[in-house]
Design a protein around this ligand. Structure first.
Ligand code: LMR
Length: 395
């Protein structure tokens, strides 16, 4: 039965974890998979998370199923984080939260929901986008198309994007990155979000907003600008939120599918369909990550500690972005890579070519995605001299 099955290459991003581990170069640098790293190059457990886990261990009374939508307390904590305290969308009872196994799980729920409930609707993603988007939607049977996002000079191509959105057929789904665009790091300004809203409304498109890096761009509320603008001004929006990065709980698989409907009645109808999709995929989501998040967000003290830690992570990344460009000055490359200081979030589309990326890996033990995407959180003040020297060598 299995004789005809061919071996395929491993995932381009996750494969870097193994390749990096095997490399014996003592100066190796990991700029691959999107996880935060501190000055020591480790991905620590946040203090607020440790404290929440201690409380959970002490107070946990059962490990029974939490239901297809997950723990209600988790949804009640995530909805205001994403849509804003006192959001008119929440006041109107238009939003439903479904706890999911990571942001990826939320995307798959969204994909299956679209395939089941909106037959004939295609999905439009930015070019480039997170490579897993290219797998998740076709896996659910949906047809994918691309709209431009970056020009040949490695700058945000907003005119190209808007022009393409204006051509999308009525009712199709358009996937937008809320902030910290993965892989480019180029985000939309407030004015550009406003223009996107107008086109989406005019073309009657359904926005699906991937919100995996809330808090890593400019701040928890600032990063939610586009999400809140669209949710408050459109009848229907789908949001896939992740707590993997901003709570640093990657392995706990903690995400949320938020469905915004025209009114509370329609939201309940939609919600009932999402429960079926979740049930058919994995029945109930894993509980622990969601319990950590709700423990933190429902405690003023832990939430304050968490916000402080998140701010530290964001500030460190943004400082490293500027220091990277500064460190390229002696090589006359600061202008060429100035975009790194302008981009936001964990990732930078550096403009390095696949050949340059291969040389960085083979000659210097520096690992990043072949598209030239670097995880900026992998920079450190210790490795910047080595990194910039290596980049100069391959230029
Ligand atoms: C990334 O883009 O590196 C992260 O989102 C991790 C992943 O699952 O690809």
């Amino acid at each position: 039965m299995f004789e005809h099955i061919e071996r395929v290459p491993g995932d381009a991003i996750l494969g870097l974890i193994e390749a990096f581990k095997k490399d014996t170069n003592p100066q190796k640098v990991d700029l691959g998979v999107g996880v935060y790293k501190d000055a020591q190059g480790t991905t620590p457990v946040m203090r607020a998370v440790k404290e929440a886990e201690a409380l959970l261990l002490k107070n946990e009374t059962t490990k029974t199923y939490i239901g297809s939508h997950g723990a209600p307390a988790y949804g009640q904590a995530v909805l205001p984080m994403v849509l804003g305290e006192g959001s008119p969308v929440l006041e109107a009872g238009r939003a439903s939260a479904t706890q999911s196994p990571g942001g990826t799980g939320a995307l798959r729920l969204a994909a299956d929901f679209i395939a089941n409930q909106l037959p004939g609707k295609d999905v439009w993603v930015s070019d480039p986008t997170w490579p897993n988007h290219l797998g998740i939607f076709p896996a659910a049977g949906l047809t994918l198309h691309k709209y431009p996002y970056v020009d040949a000079e490695n700058r945000l191509d907003f005119d190209g994007m808007l022009g393409a959105l204006k051509q999308i057929p009525d009712g199709d789904v358009v996937l937008l990155h809320a902030c910290c665009h993965n892989p480019t790091g180029f985000d939309l300004s407030r004015d550009q979000w406003q223009q996107v809203l107008e086109v989406v409304r005019e073309r009657n498109l359904l926005p699906l907003i991937d919100f995996a890096y809330q808090g890593f761009g400019e701040g928890l509320d600032e990063d939610a600008y586009g999400v809140r603008l669209l949710a408050e001004n459109l009848d229907e929006v789908i949001i896939t939120s992740s707590c993997s990065k901003n709570f640093g709980i990657y392995c706990e698989r903690t995400g949320c599918l938020i469905m915004v409907a025209r009114n509370a009645e329609q939201m309940e109808n939609v919600r009932s369909q999402v429960a079926i999709v979740a049930r058919e995929n994995y029945s109930n989501p894993p509980s622990h990550g969601g319990a950590i998040v709700s423990e933190i967000l429902h405690s003023a003290e832990l939430a304050a500690l968490w916000r402080e830690e998140l701010t530290e992570m964001r500030d460190r990344i943004n400082t490293l972005r500027r220091d990277f460009v500064e460190a390229l000055k002696p090589y006359g490359l600061d202008e060429k890579y100035a975009c790194v200081a302008e981009q936001r979030g964990m990732f930078s589309y550096t403009g390095l070519t696949p050949e340059q990326v291969d040389r960085l890996r083979d000659e210097f033990g520096i690992y990043m995605v072949r598209s030239g995407r670097a995880n900026v959180a992998g920079f450190s003040h210790e490795n910047l001299p080595y990194l910039t020297k290596a980049i100069a060598a391959v230029n």
